[in-house]
Design a protein around this ligand. Sequence first.
Ligand code: FMN
Length: 169
Amino acid sequence: MSTNPVLNAIHTRRSIRAYTDDDLRDDVVRDILDAGRWAPSGLNNQPWRFAVIRDSTTRERLAGLTHYGAIIRRSNVCVAVFYNTESGYNRDKDMMGIGACIQNMLLAAHSLGIGAVWLGQILEKKDDVNRLLEIDAGNELAAVIALGRPNESPRAERISLEDLILKSI
Ligand SMILES: Cc1cc2nc3c(=O)[nH]c(=O)nc-3n(C[C@H](O)[C@H](O)[C@H](O)COP(=O)(O)O)c2cc1C
């Protein structure tokens, strides 16, 4: 394990899909969103927008829109991350920025002792998510992040670095 706090957070963050019943405070959720806000983006266009879903009835309905609904039901708060197409300039680059924004939030959550998982399968029902949350079509769902106090310590594997480097000259 690294003594560098950023490297350490990158290495020790895992997707957390089981949570305790503890409530996450609003200021902690805000700190996580704020970490997302500081992500890099092409032309600094910041094409991300957020919806915070704490309400259990709405989370239950959200859970019905993905195969991973059990995770949403167990979570304490969900953050839906949207692509604001009006601020966009290049879909590929805008989506990369949104990926950076989401990773910032995952790392921030981890550093604050909060478990998080990036949920992408729900994109198959992205229009239904907009309808449920009453978000206009100018904001396109990019992901949902489920959050809660961790109640598991999963492991994950990675491809070795040697197998990832195509060339080093
Ligand atoms: C674009 C994307 C979509 C994902 N969608 C889901 C999902 O729908 N459900 C889920 O349980 N995990 C989802 N994950 C989490 C991955 O399964 C997880 O990051 C991967 O297995 C590596 O594990 P780790 O995050 O613990 O290192 C997604 C991750 C990414 C980046």
